[in-house]
Design a protein around this ligand. Structure first.
Ligand SMILES: *Cc1c(COP(=O)(O)O)cnc(C)c1O
Length: 411
């Protein structure tokens, strides 16, 4: 008899985006003429930078000739990409990361989801609330949690509330934890953690023999010079942190797929016999066993962003989205709505007027001004009373949406 992984039964259905789609479809059915603008999407909309397109075309041509054809590449990624990542994102910033501490992949969703496999099932997990759902759900699937409780929290997980009251900077946990997921700049709140806050976390991890799993998918959106771009800018972090990066939001690779994970050899965990084992070695074992490398063509496209021309093009791409973020932020402000984020991230996290529940505000926005966003409650109990808008739309729609909020929404 084939039985199932019972842990999957603990997960609620994929409620958030399905419920949004259901409500939008119902509204459209009743109001076929409605001109609906979507500011809920977490996907980019602008085409790939020209340097990436040119590099990928060239790589396709190489595949057409026996002398330049490539089959399986190194599972960890091609040296041309690893060296470009290392030089540009680490060495240049004074951070020492070795080539064999960087693992190229098909994106950060897989990496942030798979990383927990190299940790024991008895580790205590801490996540922020609200949170990118991948960190929690993959630990539920693995059996590192109990059942979901009445209040929406899973038993056995340490939640770190993150809201306007604490400036979106969660306090250190009161109980001991072993694995700490941090996302900075944050999806969904669009906020960042300061150098001081990150230092507190690194010190906690070192004192408690814990590991920080640092998702920096939005690092390229940081505009304020004082915000760290990498957890490794914090002294001691190379002893206790794993960093995830992605080309998805940086260069529009959401459909093209490329990311990477950095695991310094100095990040170790305890084995049953009491010895210390490098997480890097376990990840290398996992990666080479379960993954056969990201497509050569895609890696060529990714490497192209590290040329001078590539840097200029991704800067322009990110500026486009961040100008949308500014338009949304300032529009909300002039409409009298309090909003956070949108300065170092493409997300704006607004406080619903009069503490309206997130889903009520969703309906209000949809029916009064035909705009679709994402209810904060969908990202965790602490997201209740908040609402996420994204700046990934095109300029014209973003402007029209903000104008409607300013002139037609009854607050
Ligand atoms: C978009 C996103 C990623 C990137 O995922 P990919 O699989 O690389 O496309 C990672 N983490 C967060 C929080 C994100 O929002």
């Amino acid at each position: 008899m084939a039985t199932i992984n019972q842990n999957y039964q603990k997960l609620p259905g994929c409620y958030l985006f399905a419920e949004i789609a259901r409500r939008v479809a119902a509204y459209k059915e009743a109001h076929p003429e409605a001109d609906i603008i979507r500011l809920g999407i977490g996907d980019v909309t602008q085409p790939l930078p020209q340097v990436c397109i040119d590099a990928m075309h060239k790589a396709v041509d190489e595949m057409a000739h026996q002398e330049t054809f490539r089959g399986y590449g190194p599972e960890q990624g091609y040296p041309f990409l690893i060296e470009a990542i290392r030089e540009h994102n680490y060495t240049k910033r004074g951070i020492q990361i070795a080539s064999d501490e960087i693992f190229v992949s098909d994106g950060s969703k897989s990496d942030t989801g798979n990383i927990q496999e190299i940790f024991g099932l008895d580790n205590k997990v801490a996540i922020t609330d609200p949170v990118y759902p991948v960190y929690l759900d993959t630990n539920v699937m693995a059996g590192r949690t109990g059942e979901m409780q009445e209040n929406g929290y899973f038993a056995g997980v340490t939640y770190l509330p993150s809201n306007a009251d604490n400036g979106f900077t969660p306090d250190l946990p009161k109980e001991h934890v072993d694995m700490i997921y941090l996302c900075c700049p944050n999806n969904p709140t669009g906020t960042t953690l300061s150098r001081e806050a990150l230092t507190k976390w690194v010190n906690y991890a070192k004192e408690n023999d814990a590991v920080i799993l640092f998702d920096a998918a939005y690092a390229a959106y940081i505009s304020e010079p004082e915000v760290p771009r990498s957890i490794y800018e914090i002294p001691g972090a190379t002893d206790c942190a794993i960093e995830f990066r992605s080309f998805s939001k940086t260069a529009g690779f959401t459909g093209t797929r490329c990311g990477y994970t950095v695991i310094p050899k100095t990040v170790t965990g305890k084995a049953a016999d009491g010895s210390r084992v490098r997480f890097r070695d376990l990840w290398n074992r996992r990666h080479t066993t379960k993954f056969n490398g990201t497509a050569y063509i895609v890696q060529r496209g990714a490497a192209a962003i590290y040329t001078d021309e590539g840097q200029a093009q991704i800067k322009e791409l990110i500026s486009y989205y961040m100008e949308n973020a500014r338009i949304i932020r300032e529009g909300l402000k002039s409409a009298g709505i309090t909003a956070y984020g949108g300065i170092n991230a493409p997300y704006i996290w607004l406080k619903t007027p009069n503490d309206m529940p997130s889903w009520d505000f969703f309906d209000k926005l949809l029916t009064e001004v035909n705009i679709v966003g994402t209810p904060g409650a969908g990202f965790g109990p602490c997201g209740e009373g908040y609402f996420r808008l994204t700046s990934f739309g095109d300029r014209e729609n973003t402007k029209r949406a903000v104008e409607r909020i300013k002139t037609q929404l009854h607050i």
